[in-house]
Every structure is written in structure tokens, then in C-alpha cells.
Write a protein that binds this ligand. Structure first.
Ligand code: T4K
Length: 417
């Protein structure tokens, strides 16, 4: 079974739009990031087992099992599960011994950059490729200085970075190479699973991710020493009872999170299939709408397709922001990931006020990208309606724009809603 959603479409005149006063197309909000849910009975059984065992956290049996399953799936020796991806990034930053500067994409969720700043490593923003949305290797070379200690790549939307090129640059300059693979669990690069590259990669199992553990994350690596350090840092630096050997934090994954993670992982084939089917439905529905381009995934690789992202360019009848307003009024809560770009978010905006000048492609993309709802809670019938709304909105742009200009505002719809 793939279709779990069956989002209720409300009856109304086809000529109408909610932004013009009609009933919204959908009764309930369609979210980007509606969680994928695995087998409920299996989850409840596991939760029951946790209560019976009274082992709730700190390296419990379900966490260990989850770590083993993730490591096997990715094809690495070690998985250190954490309570979220952000702490996994922070621990990876410290375990890799980063200092000085680290090169990072501005087009990512802000946690990637905060993790560096949190450890007093200065993020140096580097531009992304127009097509790939990931770090542009040529631009990476240009921003390496004597203070650079690392490159931190992000596999945005699940599309792997130029891993071979970044590895070559890191090797040539003696830099650490880490990847934020929060979007790319379950994706492959040249036939090998993402998670197995660089010194270590970081995963997120947040509720909105392909595989979720409510909240959760992990560091995956083949480096024995790195894994050992990360494991201790996750638990306050304890090597053993009464023996603290390094600085640490509390980033432990709970047993309940591992129960959800294991249950999600078991359902991954269904999630792959749902996302594939949703992506194809968007591809069909958005076909040949001027200025609206759905991003591609490499058909020869395994991909979770957990993000459905369109670029709305200047040739579109409505701007990205105008389209977003129209969709929000219909209860389609499309998101401007990752507007306005990390370099324009505090504290980086104040620390590096000129950064945008060196980032023309990222600046261009943050004004164009729009993420649309997908995941197992969506279904092709609902997606056909969303796509048709976009098509009709573009066709009736002048009427809609007049209303948008009359009623507001540059306010983001989430503020107005
Ligand atoms: N690196 C990258 C590249 C990342 O994308 C992320 C996380 C991280 C690192 C850090 O990993 P974690 O520390 O989070 O494990 C969300 C998520 O909070 C964030 O985890 C995620 N990236 C980012 C892309 O999206 P928001 O503020 O957009 O959304 P949020 O959590 O409010 O969820 C979006 C919508 O999804 C909600 O409005 C409603 C729906 N939703 C959400 C949750 C949590 C549900 O229906 N049920 C839910 O339980 O940041």
C-alpha cells in the first residue's frame, strides 16, 4: 500500500482561487515534511519491550540494533546514533579536530553551519553549482586559505555532492572532509551508498526525513578512532563507569527513538516507492509549465526522492514568492528551503555582511526554490490537484498578482497565517 494520504479535496468552482476568497482546495494543510510512518504494531511491540526491560536510554539494545542496521545498510563499520542530526554534526566537528575555517555551502539547513560556529570554527561560505545546488569544487579551491581545516559538503535534496572532486581537493590540501548527509540516507553515489565517504558523514532521522526516529541522527564512518571518539563524546566523554577521558555532551539516542528508527528502516521500500510515485506524479503534472522546473535525480543511482523541489525562474508568470502565497491560501504549505541562505541568517549575516557578493549562484537559487509536499502521506491524486493549481495559477497570473498586490505585503505566508 502506498497511498496513505487521501487528502480531502473541497468542492468549489474551478475558476476560483482561495486567495481570491474561495474555499481552499484542501481541508487540511499539506505539509512538506509530513512524517513517514512504519508498521504501528511493530513499533508498539518494541515500545512494550522497552518498558518491560526498563532500559530507556544510554546504549540500550535497540540503539545498538539500529546502529548495526544503519551501518550495514550504508556499508560502513561504525554508526554512532545520536539524539538528533545537529548534535551529530557538532560531535563530528569536534571529533575531526576542526579549527580555524571550514568551507561549507550557504544553501543548507542552518544546523550545518551552526555546528561549526558552535565550536568556534569559522564557516567560509562557498558557492554552489547552478544545476547541482551542492558545493562547486572549483569555487572550493578558490576559498582555501592557510586557516582552512576542512570541507563540509551537504548532499542537498539527497543528490550527492561531487564527492570524487571534493575528496581529491581535500587530499591535495590535507583537509578533513565531512559530509552532512541528512537528506541523503538511502541514496547512492556511483553505486556506493552515501554515508561511506569522507572521514565521516552525518545523518538526520528527524521526523521530516526519509527515515525517522521521531528525532535522531548518527555519525557513520569507517574510521575506528573517529567512531570511538564520537561514541565517548556522545556520552559526556565517559570511556567507562567513573572514567571521563575527553570533553563530551549528552547526545544519546533513546530506546524509543531507536524503536521508531528500526520500524521506519524496515518500511523503507514502501517509502522509496511512495516518494518515487509522488515524484513521477509531480513530473507529469508540472510538465511544460513555463518557468517551473522540477529538479532531476540521477536515474542510475538509488535515491530517496524525499524532497520534491521546483525552480521558479524569471520566465514564470508568477514569482516563486507569489506562487507560494497562492498555494498557502489553498492549504498547500510549500516551503522556501533554504531561504534566505545561511549567509543571510544571523549571526553570519552580521559577521560576514559581504558574503553574498561571492555567492551568485546561491543568491539566485534562494529566490527560486520551492519545496512541495511529498512522502507517504501524499498520493498521486492529491499531487495532480497541487500541480493543476500551479498550472492554473500561472495561467491566471495577472488576476492573482493584482489581488496579491492589493492585499499585502511582502510578508511570508507563514507569518500571515
Ligand atoms: N542538516 C540538514 C541538511 C538538515 O536538513 C537538517 C534538518 C539538519 C542538518 C539537522 O538535523 P536535525 O537536528 O533536525 O536532526 C525542518 C526540520 O526541523 C529539520 O530537521 C530539517 N533539517 C529541515 C529541513 O526541516 P522546519 O522548521 O522547516 O520544519 P518543521 O520541523 O516544523 O517541519 C516542517 C513541517 O512538517 C511542519 O510545519 C509540519 C510537518 N511536520 C513536522 C513535524 C516535526 C509534521 O507533520 N509532523 C512532525 O512531527 O525544519
Amino acid at each position: 500500500m502506498i497511498e496513505e494520504g487521501a487528502c480531502e479535496k473541497l468542492p468549489r468552482d474551478e475558476e476560483d482561487f482561495a486567495i481570491l476568497g474561495a474555499t481552499p482546495a484542501f481541508a487540511e494543510p499539506l505539509h512538506v515534511g509530513r512524517p513517514n510512518i512504519g508498521d504501528r504494531e511493530r513499533l508498539m511491540e518494541r515500545i512494550g519491550g522497552i518498558l518491560d526491560r526498563r532500559r530507556l536510554t544510554n546504549d540500550g539494545p535497540l540503539v545498538r540494533e539500529f546502529e548495526q542496521r544503519v551501518a550495514d545498510f550504508v556499508g560502513v563499520r561504525h554508526c554512532v546514533a545520536t539524539c538528533n542530526g545537529t548534535l551529530a554534526l557538532q560531535i563530528a566537528t569536534r571529533a575531526a579536530g576542526l579549527s580555524g575555517e571550514a568551507i561549507v555551502s550557504p544553501l543548507t539547513f542552518v544546523a550545518t553551519v551552526h555546528a561549526l560556529q558552535w565550536h568556534a570554527v569559522t564557516p567560509v561560505f562557498c558557492d554552489v553549482g547552478r544545476q547541482t545546488h551542492n558545493l562547486d569544487p572549483a569555487s572550493v579551491e578558490e576559498v582555501i586559505t592557510a586557516r582552512t581545516s576542512a570541507i563540509v559538503g551537504v548532499h542537498l535534496w539527497g543528490r550527492p555532492c561531487a564527492i570524487d572532486e571534493l575528496t581529491a581537493i581535500a587530499d591535495r590540501h590535507g583537509l578533513a572532509l565531512l559530509f552532512d548527509a541528512s537528506h541523503a540516507f538511502g541514496c547512492s553515489y556511483r553505486g556506493r551508498m552515501v554515508g561511506s565517504f569522507g572521514q565521516a558523514e552525518v545523518l538526520s532521522f528527524h521526523a521530516t526525513k526519509f527515515i525517522n526516529s521521531f528525532e535522531g541522527g548518527a555519525i557513520v564512518t569507517d574510521d575506528d578512532a573517529f567512531a570511538e571518539k564520537a561514541r565517548m563524546m556522545r556520552n559526556h566523554g565517559f570511556e567507562d563507569y567513573d572514567k571521563v577521558v575527553c570533553v563530551g555532551t549528552n547526545a544519546k539516542m533513546t530506546e524509543a527513538a531507536a524503536a521508531m528508527g528500526l520500524t521506519s528502516l524496515e518500511a523503507r521500500d514502501r517509502f522509496y516507492a511512495a516518494n518515487r510515485r509522488n515524484y513521477d506524479a509531480y513530473r507529469a503534472g508540472l510538465d511544460a509549465i513555463a518557468g517551473v522546473d522540477l529538479i532531476d535525480y540521477d536515474e542510475s543511482e538509488l535515491c530517496n526522492r524525499n524532497y520534491v523541489v521546483v525552480e521558479v525562474d524569471e520566465s514564470a508568470a508568477l514569482s516563486r514568492d507569489e506562487l507560494q502565497h497562492v498555494l498557502w491560501a489553498e492549504n498547500v504549505l510549500a516551503r522556501r528551503y533554504f531561504f534566505p541562505g545561511c549567509h543571510r541568517s544571523e549571526p553570519y549575516r552580521s559577521l560576514l555582511p559581504e558574503a553574498g557578493l561571492r555567492l551568485p549562484e546561491a543568491e539566485r537559487l534562494v529566490r527560486r526554490l520551492l519545496a512541495l509536499p511529498t512522502g507517504a502521506a501524499m498520493d498521486p491524486t492529491t499531487i495532480a490537484v497541487v500541480a493543476e493549481l500551479i498550472r492554473r495559477a500561472m495561467a491566471e497570473a495577472p488576476r492573482l498578482r493584482r489581488r496579491l498586490q492589493a492585499t499585502h505585503t511582502d510578508a511570508h505566508p507563514s507569518v500571515a497565517a
